[in-house]
Structures are given as C-alpha cells and as structure tokens.
Design a protein around this ligand. Sequence first.
Ligand SMILES: Nc1ncnc2c1ncn2[C@@H]1O[C@H](COP(=O)(O)OP(=O)(O)OP(=O)(O)O)[C@@H](O)[C@H]1O
Ligand SMILES: [Mg+2]
Length: 409
Amino acid sequence: MIKIWTDGTEAGLTDRLRERGSTFVYAQTAAPERAVSVTMPVRLQSWDTAFGLAPVFEMNLPEGVLRERIRLAFAKATGVFDEFDLLTIVGRSQVGRIRYTGVDDALDEAVPFQSVDEVLASRRGSNLYRDLLERFATSSGISGVQPKVLIRDEGDSRTLTDAGKRISPSYRGATHIVKFWEPNEFPELAANEFFCLKVAEHCGLDVPRYRLSEDRTALVVDRFDLRPDGTYRGFEDFCVLNARRTDEKYRGSYETSVLKRFGQFVSAEKMSGESEKLFTLIALNCAIRNGNAHLKNFGICYDDVLGEAWLAPVYDLVTTTVCMPNDNMALTLNGTIHWPAMKDLQRLGETRAFTSAAVIRRILERIADALADVTVELADFSREYPAFAPIGERMIEQWEIGSRSLRGA
Ligand SMILES: Nc1ncnc2c1ncn2[C@@H]1O[C@H](COP(=O)(O)OP(=O)(O)OP(=O)(O)O)[C@@H](O)[C@H]1O
Ligand SMILES: [Mg+2]
C-alpha cells in the first residue's frame, strides 16, 4: 500500500487490485483541493484502474535507461519489479505536486545537493553522467525515455528567486532537470534540444531556463513547476488528461486528444490566449520536424487543482529527423501522421484553436522568422564546434523544409 500526498498533505491510499490493477481511495478527511488530478475529484467511491496505476500516478515513472537502472538495482532483492515497486522508490521526489510514501512514513523530499555550475563545466570523458545517475536515480520521479535526473541547486536559479532571495532552507526538493544522451542512439541530442528550445523562445512561447554544458553532454533545465517559495505547482500531461497509460502516448490526434482536450481543462478566461499558444507549439513541432510530440510532451499547470489551469511551459523539443530521416508525426493531424501543409495547420487553428485566419498567418510567419533567426546561431555554433557540425547542418536542412511548408511552398 502506498500513501499519496498532494501539496504536502495526505490525500489517500493506493494499493494493488486483483491480478494487474490498482485502486485509490481518498482519505475521509480529504478536502476537495486535495484532489490528485483535475480528472479525479475527491469522492467517497474508490478510483479503480484495470491495468497498472491510475494515469496520474503513472505519469512520472521513469522510462528508458533510468527505469532499467532502478529495476536492475532493486529487482534482485524482490525478485519481481512492477510499477508499484518503482513508485515506492521514486515517489518521494516527483515532478508536480504529488508525493508517495509508505503508509506510516512522513514526507521527506530531501534531494542531495549538486551544483549546476559543475554540471555545466563538465568535460568530455568525465564520469558525470554515471555519477549523477548513481546519486540521483532514486530521487528522480520524472518520466521520459532519454537518460535524465532531478537535482537540487536551490542557490542557482535566478528565475526562481525574487530579488536574490533564496528558497526557504526548509524545502529540500529538486530544482533542475539534467538530460543526457546516448551517442549511438541520438548523437548531440542536448545541443539539438537547446537550439529547438531557442526557436520556441523566439516564437514568444514560455520556455524555462535551459543551458547546455560546455562539452554538450548535458542540458540543464529549470523546473517550471517549482514556485519561488520552494513548493511545487500542479502539472499533468496529456496522457493523464486523456485517461491514457504511458504506453499509449502515441495514440490520438492533435485535433481531439490535444487541442479539444485542452479546452476541457483550461479556464474560460484563459482559453483564447492559451489555445493560441498550444496551436503555436503544435505548428512549431511540425516546422522543426519533431516526430516525438506525443501526449506526454504537452501538459497543463495550475496552482490550485480546483482553480485556473494554463498550458505548461515548453519542453522536449527536438528535430528528430536528423537521426530518423523518415520520422513522421507522433499523433495524427487530419487523419494522417504525414507532416502537414500550411493549409492543414490553418484548418487546425481555425477549427480547433478558434483563431482567425489573420492571426494564424501571423503565428506561422513568426515561427518561420524564429527558425531563420536561430538558423544563424546554429550555423555559427556548427562552425565553432566541428564535431557538432554534421548534426547542425542536418537540422538547418530540416528547418528549411519545415519553414517552406509554413509559407505554403
Ligand atoms: N522544465 C521542466 N520542469 C518540470 N517538469 C518537466 C520539465 N521538463 C520536462 N518535464 C517533465 O519531465 C518529463 C520528461 O522530460 P522530457 O520530455 O524532456 O524527457 P524525454 O526523455 O526527452 O522524453 P521522451 O520520452 O518524450 O523523449 C516530461 O514529460 C515532463 O513531465
Ligand atoms: Mg518527453
């Protein structure tokens, strides 16, 4: 049995149910604002899931390398290893506002200290990747296939502090995400993502601070769910909003599973501005040829689960076609996963983001301009770092193709 906490207060219990499922029950004392998800209001009746954990509890379970690493370390002791076991291990330190402990345990989120500057100054050939995985794997309640850890450097982030004030020392949770890459799988992924995030920034989208290590082996991103006082806001990805499991993240369409679904959870007053942002992000993913814009790569944030929600800041943008030239979109648009033409995006904006043709034109032009601006920086970077140049050149080629399609060419 696992105890579940929201915003540092007890919310309820979850346990295995029958062969492969689970059940979650709110504590008798749970107030409505203790809800674990915008999709799971507080109620007397239990919330049962036929297979595995409820989507919101599964949301931050590590995938890929990190999951495998934890499994190898712990499966030996227990023999078997399922999602419950994984949640027990990484549950105390998670993205968002939910935490998990044993039934009788107190909440203790202390994550070891790690200087961000040290990560950024990393030298090729150092053991940083291995060391960080070793030290932070069990406090990294974060999803995703690429290797990554959550670390804590609460003195670092300018974006988190008002007038240089530090986060209260009583909060010891993680502040940054460090993402690595496997050279034989996705070479130069950190720099790839760095420049894609830069395009998003040029488009006027909200992007958390992101930095590339000197040797390009790591991308350090500030947590956007961390508040200046050291507590965390709510975050839910679109797998949760669609009541899907993680392994269904490639199932759905941009029309229904993303834009329409977003409309059900975003506050009415924010609707028009936020859906324009979401439309911009979808069009941007097409323009940079990101074939990995699946349901877990979009999310919403909120301060109060019963209050206003807005589009989460941008994360995980990559030009995937540099390594997989035939890659397609992760979800369908207009019934297909082929990269859209300008008219397809125009239709999407008009019918699903309720935006005027003139606004859509401006959005698409802004994306094309952002690509052109960042292409100049990317070309300079490729000249400065010849080892990166083959990837940089391919990114530029892909962005040119994407850019042409935005202009209707
Ligand atoms: N800046 C951030 N602040 C808080 N949470 C974040 C941030 N960036 C990403 N996340 C969360 O961490 C998860 C994993 O991050 P990300 O998508 O960048 O990893 P990935 O391994 O590249 O993912 P994928 O499996 O889609 O390739 C995201 O789905 C999101 O839930
Ligand atoms: Mg991702």
